[in-house]
Write a new protein. Structure first.
Length: 88
């Protein structure tokens, strides 16, 4: 059985946490919120709302892909990241 950790944000028991002790979902949400606040003039509440919508969307898409018979999610994500780096 894998070792369990507790996310400092949501307090859920998860298999992995980041260096700042957040689960993937909490870290995604907090990262989105920070980026939105840096890049826009939205107030805290609106930034949190938008981050929630974006995090829900991307995490739902990941879960859907992982439920496929032969998910190639990692390969697709890496290719997309490479393409975005080259286009900048």
């Amino acid at each position: 059985m894998a070792q369990r950790h507790t996310s400092d944000c949501c307090k859920r028991s998860v298999e992995a946490v980041s260096e700042v002790k957040l689960c993937c979902v909490c870290e995604t949400f907090q990262t989105f919120t920070a980026i939105i606040k840096e890049e826009t003039d939205l107030d805290d509440e609106d930034a949190l709302d938008l981050a929630g919508v974006l995090a829900d969307h991307i995490l739902s898409a990941i879960v859907e892909r992982l439920q496929e018979a032969n998910p190639s999610l990692l390969k697709d994500l890496l290719q997309t990241m490479e393409w975005r780096e080259q286009s900048h």
